[in-house]
Design a binder for this molecule. Sequence first.
Ligand code: T4K
Length: 368
Amino acid sequence: MNDEPVYVTRPYLPPLEDLLPYLEQIWASRQLTNGGPFHERLEWALCEYLGVEHISLFANGTLALVTALQALRVTGEVITTPYSFVATAHSLLWNGIKPVFVDIDPETFNLDPAKIEAAISPQTTAILPVHVYGRSCDTGKIQKIADTYGLKVIYDAAHAFGVEDEGGSILRHGDLSILSFHATKVFTTFEGGAIVSPDEKTKRRIDYLKNFGFADEVTVVAPGINGKMNEFQAAVGLVQLKRMEGVLAERKAIDGRYRKLLSDIPGIYCPQLPQSKLHNYSYFPILVGSDYFLSRDRLYARLRENGFYARRYFYPLISEFPMYRALPSARAANLPVASSISNQVIALPIYPGLPDSVQNMLANLIRN
Ligand code: T4K
């Protein structure tokens, strides 16, 4: 039994001294939001850090998703994954778009490109894949399908901060990528998010949309929303960014230790990381097989009884929630891989500062 509760994640908070000078500047200037200097600085800093050219900051990742769909004028039906956080599909409903669920790949847990074409209808206008746990989708195959059928691609990259493939940031793929900077994410501004755009013109449209549609003081070009990130959030982001290297190194070490500790436990499987150039180790999912001596839910309950608040990300599937389950594509028979993974998965605690002793305790609990 662990004395303190151990959560699936804890935010990394940089030393308060790093933040105080920024807060003093905000207090002195009284510019609190609406594209202030910290907002501008964070956009530049993130472009440089992530290796992308155009980024628009948002108050959270969900507003970024909703706005991305608006920006590309996506309508009709959109192909997406059931194996994600519910915000992915909710962003479609908020835009009056019908989600069409397609099954996932058993290795990466991402949308299976081999199953996308069969789900395309005359109403399909876009694909909304998710880089689940920060593992890159098969971006090449998805783009090929999109090009063949004239579809847009919006990546939900909420988990994929800083992930790179051979060509650089995976955020460059598709028509747009969205990020989340929520408290539970690798990089956080408490609440926050962003859209990565391929060009200046698209970024400008997104910037109008997140500010009610204002192009200038007297011109409203679209029915926009209030999606703006404020100066406090941006300042938190700037101080976080300075410490990212250490954060990622700690996450990598925790990932490696789990793999060693759990490798020989019958029935426990640690999905391999694909060969991306750079990972962010944002989650540590394990699969509890039928050859393990407890069911997944018994193990989950046992962890909780002992103070380990692991999570079943992602269970239930999005397609099982009431507002989706009547869709023809939501049938379990259409989503056998996603259903199976969702019934086996547990995300174990991973965050900077997680002590080795706690990892050992957790592994012992799973072993015995
Ligand atoms: N797309 C995808 C693929 C996503 O995963 C998400 C969000 C989005 C889109 C939408 O982005 P945002 O609009 O959120 O920016 C959490 C988060 O709320 C959510 O951001 C995240 N995905 C999702 C995967 O996880 P919950 O309901 O599991 O969070 P909660 O409050 O239970 O927190 C989990 C644990 O984290 C707690 O047990 C303790 C720890 N924690 C949490 C918070 C909020 C802290 O230590 N400090 C904190 O401040 O949804």
